[in-house]
Structures are given as C-alpha cells and as structure tokens.
Design a protein around this ligand. Sequence first.
Ligand SMILES: Nc1ncnc2c1ncn2[C@@H]1O[C@H](COP(=O)(O)OP(=O)(O)O)[C@@H](O)[C@H]1O
Ligand SMILES: [Mg+2]
Length: 369
Amino acid sequence: MLPGDPAPLRQLGPYRIVRRLGAGGMAEVHLARRFGASGWEKEVAIKVLRAEHRGHAELERLLIAEAHLGARFAHPGLVQVHDLGLASGTYYVCMDYVDGGDLRALLRRRPLPRPLALYIGEQLALALAYVHRLGDEKGRPLGLVHRDVSPGNVLLSRSGAVKLSDFGIAKATAAEDRTWGRLRKGKYAYMAPEQIIGAELAGTADIFSLGITLHELLLGRHPFEAATSAQPSRAAGEDGPLAMMEAIRRASLPPDHDFADLTPGLCTLLRRTLARDPRERLGSAALLARELAEERRSLSAAGLLELSAWVGAAAGHPSAEAATTGSVNDDPAPETVGMDDSVADLSADLSADLSADLSADREDPEHQR
Ligand SMILES: Nc1ncnc2c1ncn2[C@@H]1O[C@H](COP(=O)(O)OP(=O)(O)O)[C@@H](O)[C@H]1O
Ligand SMILES: [Mg+2]
C-alpha cells in the first residue's frame, strides 16, 4: 500500500472482507465472509465503488441501480444478487462469489480450446436472451441492454458455470436513456458502432459486443485490430481508445477478412453478429445461442465438465490464488469510456460527423453487404 492510500476495507455491515478479487473502471469486488450461528459461514462477493469514486453521487446511483436490477434476475447465466447495504456511508452490493475468475484474466493464463469458446458464447447468448426479454411485474418488456459485454465481465466458476456480470451501466431503452446514451460508457474495444456515436441502443448492441468477444475467443484477436494498426499482432486497443472506436464505427468486416480455419458456418455467424448496421445484424440473442449450439455439435465434446477442467487448470489451486495479494483480475488501466473526460470530449466531437457518416453509409450501396 502506498502512503496516502485509503485504509483497506475490513468489514462492511455483517461481511468480513477477506481479499480483493478484482476491479474495473467503476468498482472493486472483494471476497467476504458472513458468519451465522453454530459456526455457519458463507463466502460471498461484495462490490463497492473504487475508493476514489466513493461518495460520487452519480456512480453511487449506478451501483444502486445495478443492485435493484440484480434482485430481479433469476437465471443460471447471471450472478445472483443478495443484498444492497450501506455501512459507514459506503454502499455495497452482496452477490454470489464466482470462484474461477473473469474470462479476461483466465485467458491471459491459458489458451481456450475452440469448442469451449463456443460453449461460453452459447451460455452468454442464453443469458442475454433472458436479459433482453425481461419484463416488469406486469410483464411489460423492460428493454434492457447490458452495454458492457466483454471478457472482464464474464465470470467462470470452477464447476464450469458461465455468468454474465457487471450490470453497472445496463439500462432500459426508455426515454430517460438519452442521458446515459450520450455518456457512451462501456469498454470501447467492445462497443457497438451505434453505442460509439451515442445513438439509441437495443439488444442488438450486446450482440455486436458478444460477436467481438467470440471473435477474440475463437481466433485470439480483435476483429477490427487490423484497421487500427499496421502491426496486426498488437493487442486490441493499444493504439488508444479513439483509434479503436473509429475502427469499429467505420469498419464492416472486409470480404477477405481472415477467419483462419473456422467453418464457413461460423464465419457467416460472426459476420452477422458484427454487421455495422444493427438492422442487418443477427436479430436476437436466442437465435445466436441456437446457432452456436448447432456449430458446437460438430466439434469434440465441450460442456460443463470440460469447462470446469479448463478453469481449474487456468486458475490454479485455490489456496495459491488466495496467497497472492493484488489479484490477477485487477484492471490496471480502466478502459471505461465516460470515466475519462478527455476521451469522452474527443468522442463527443467525433460523434457529430460520425453520425452523419453512418447515415451516409446506410445510403451508400457499397456498404450494404
Ligand atoms: N461475483 C463475483 N465473484 C468473483 N469475482 C468477481 C465477481 N464480480 C466481479 N468480480 C471480479 O471483479 C472485477 C470487477 O467487477 P465488475 O463488476 O466488472 O466491476 P466494474 O463495474 O468496475 O467493471 C471483475 O472483472 C471480476 O474479476
Ligand atoms: Mg466490469
């Protein structure tokens, strides 16, 4: 700990903090224990705003909204939220602890076999199908969009469960949406083109983000990295947020895009998830889940058991993991656009002409593939 750093959290309400599990642009998540009668105890995950953001009213509202949303969810592909608490002025969300780690951290440790990439993609598509269809008490559709589907927000358990997490900026596609839409929060390298320009979003934006994630899982590279750099070996986003955002906004995959040795069916499927115009994109997450299941059938066995073995090998022994402070899941350079004013301002400037370009593109038959 550096001098001047805030004191580490030790206790929040009834939860004793054990260690930090990870952090993103907005929040940090800790492993914690709750104790009951007769030696009962349970491990949970506790999400709080990063120390520098605590007390920031707008971000607190996002965390509170995330907890409210989480309370509605009942799906195996989503993290169960148990409680929203307030202790010594700090809001915290208590949820299930997912003991394997996030996909971004695990991928740094072990390559992912393709059948498992398809399995993970299918589970995420099923979770998104549920989220996109979720309704209120009266069954009216909420029109929820996750807005931040990316490997850091996918949690894997040692038993092989896949959970889409971090609904911190999820939002209904209601009228109030415009305020948030303008902020264009989310991981820039995974944003849909319409999210980059601050247009209204539907579930199809999440399908685009899942398409980028899938492309990375299957091929080990970002689909638009070639458009941002002369050196295709560079990691996604290394040229900076603006270059990546610009590449995503402009690029439709060229006809000769290198899909390596993926099956023609998978190439077509990826193309359909990555269509620049949302109206030309694969229309629903349920359809994506079905098509991925179909693709997976022709490959070697890949399911819960196989994924469980992979997470065990990538995450290592649980006791070794607990011994390291400074989690592998920490996000050293938060990539959340909207937290970084300079990027937000620049992208706001870009937006106007980007918007115009997009509509011009729509009218241009060259781009109608
Ligand atoms: N329920 C959980 N169980 C285990 N680890 C978690 C859990 N929730 C989050 N994490 C870890 O904490 C990191 C940050 O959490 P996240 O909710 O994505 O915060 P942010 O909104 O700041 O991105 C994740 O990338 C993951 O590594
Ligand atoms: Mg996150």
